[in-house]
Structure formats: C-alpha cells, structure tokens
Design a protein around this ligand. Structure first.
Ligand code: GSH
Length: 199
C-alpha cells in the first residue's frame, strides 16, 4: 500500500470533502493539519500552495480536492461514489458546490483585509452569488432523495456547512428541503468527525 499524506487545514471545505471521501472509501491516509500561509515546504509539491494537497510515497502529488477525491474513488475497493447513471449531473453539482465554497472563502478573505483595501462591491457580488446558488440548489437539486451517499451530496454538505461557519445560516427557513436533508446528513459519523474548527 502506498503512503498517502493528506495536507489539510482545520476548516477548509475543500479539505473536508477529501477527508470525508477517504473515510467513506476506507482509504488509509495520514492527515497533517498545517497552517497553509506558513507552509513553504508545500511549494515543492504544489506551487499554488493550497490545501488540500495529497503526497504519495513522498514523491507524487495530487492537487485539487476533486482530483484527490477521484483518485481515492479509483483506488478504493468500495463501490464508487460517482454514480455512472447520472454522472454529469453529479459532476455539475460538485462544481456548483465548489463555486459556493469559493465565494464564501473569497468574501471572508476580502473582509479580513485592511478596511481601506476592501471592495464593497466585490463582497456584495459574492453574497448575491452565495444566496442565488443556495436557492438554486433548493429548487433544482434532487439527488439528496437518494439514500446512497454520492460525491455531490458530500460536496453540497461541505459547502452549506462552510457557509454557516463563515457567513450565515439565514437561508435555512427559505430552503427547507435542503436544510432538512442537511440536518439528517450531518448525523453521519464522517460529518461529525470533520466539523470545521476555528483556530
Ligand atoms: N480548487 C482547490 C481550492 C483549494 C483552496 O482554495 N484552498 C484554500 C483553503 S480553503 C487555500 O489553500 N488557500 C490558501 C491561500 O490561498 O493562500 C481545491 O478544490 O482543492
């Protein structure tokens, strides 16, 4: 078995996706929680200096959460979590969830810059995108009725939980179906084990 080191952060939604996928697919990884801003050594593996980054046998790197999750799915002996019947729908929902994570992250990053450098219109644009995306999921996404866990469910759950963690849960009353599903999904051991921590 190859040695798999997953460099992760304490609250990255992208990292959370990969950790959950490793748990579900029973991939034995060693997770190392790092402060990405100080992790110069990561540049040797991933010039983007981003987490998650997966290093295989100290030499090969897989970067980007989607590639890491696909890799875990490929090497696992368990049933795939990328259902082939609605494959492209699943992939598109994953991209939408990624976009939601990005907007929440961008908004937060902008807000921690010095106030004279912040752009109100940029923050507003992210907030509009966040609410539009969650509302769209409420109206258009139905794969959560499926009892079998799949990659789009993991991605949407991580994105919505990150939105609550970093921004707001004000959408839960308007997006009832999504919220009922999320509360149920959050009871899974892999969600409980990966709750984001503020550091
Ligand atoms: N597309 C990437 C996004 C990863 C990403 O944006 N990670 C953030 C943490 S949530 C990061 O490492 N940021 C460090 C930085 O921008 O300096 C993925 O899916 O893995």
């Amino acid at each position: 078995m190859k040695k798999l080191i997953l460099y992760n952060g304490p609250n990255s939604p992208f990292g959370r996706k990969t950790k959950i996928t490793a748990i579900i697919l029973e991939i034995p990884i060693e997770e190392k929680i790092i402060k990405i801003q100080e992790a110069e050594f990561i540049d040797n593996f991933n010039p983007l200096r981003k987490i998650p980054t997966l290093v295989i046998d100290d030499k090969q790197t897989i970067m980007d959460s989607d590639n890491i999750c696909l890799y875990f799915d490929k090497i696992s002996n368990k049933e795939t979590i990328y259902n082939s019947k609605n494959y492209w729908q699943v992939m598109s929902i994953i991209s939408i969830a990624n976009g939601l994570m990005e907007s929440v992250l961008e908004r937060k990053t902008e807000l921690i810059r010095p106030s004279n450098e912040q752009s109100k219109s940029f923050i507003k644009k992210q907030e509009v995108r966040i609410f539009r995306t969650i509302d769209w999921l409420e109206k258009n996404w139905s794969n959560f009725e499926n009892n079998k866990v799949s990659m789009d469910q993991i991605s949407v759950a991580c994105a919505l939980e990150y939105t609550k963690f970093r921004f707001t849960d004000s959408w839960i009353n308007d997006c009832k179906n999504l919220n009922i599903w999320l509360e149920e999904f959050n009871k899974n051991g892999y969600m409980q084990l990966t709750i984001p921590k503020d550091v």
